[in-house]
Design a protein around this ligand. Sequence first.
Ligand code: PXP
Length: 249
Amino acid sequence: MTEVQKLRLGVNIDHVATVRNARGGAYPDPLRAAQVAQEAGADGITAHLREDRRHISDADIEGLMEVLTVPLNFEMAATDEMQAIALRHRPHAVCIVPEKREERTTEGGLEVAREENRLAHFIAPLREAGSRVSIFIAADRRQIEAAHRIGAEVVELHTGAYCDAHAEGRFDPRDAELESLREMATFAHSLGLEVHAGHGLTYDTVQPIAAFPEVQELNIGHFLIGEAMFRGLAPAIAEMRRLMDEARA
Ligand code: PXP
């Protein structure tokens, strides 16, 4: 029986930067959002520095490293440029994600099994620098085994397919997507990996995932920033926190 630990909430602030960049100025400031999120109960802040800098900028990462009192989860593609930036800042955690220029968001998980050698060499210096390395992958046994073999400490399971199924009305508690997330969370945990999950989570989809005892952290962004327009960022986060705690109880 898995010991149930507190479920951490990582708030992804990328889309505060998306709104800022729509006008090319400094408002709204993602750092201010990070501070509000921190005060509202976020256990960590997540930011994805994309190769094309479409939302978060290099200066945002620098600022976050200075002002945050909670850990920064730095999402990045496995490129030399991003590795150098991560090694300069040494964030608490580095989450390796696949990145395609033409995609609107991170569409799938990382193909670890096919790139095992390269990724093992890629993450080693990050770990030596003191960052916890997380790999964003689909709920797929082969990818989890590969993430474990390359020395990752954490896997973040991609919840996008489950959330899409829900949004399209294909949801059922025994839904295949949810079932494979459940099985793969248990499997990853049995290998000694810390299990996180995220992508596309909303008030309607968070609870079945939050109820998995093996999952220790959820990273949630787009929905929370959208919901902040209607009820404010702190109340939007507080409601997510409440739903997570309720599912965990
Ligand atoms: N986790 C990872 C690894 C991601 O890439 C993203 C999206 O940037 C998220 C979580 C958050 O997804 P969403 O913004 O849909 O909540």
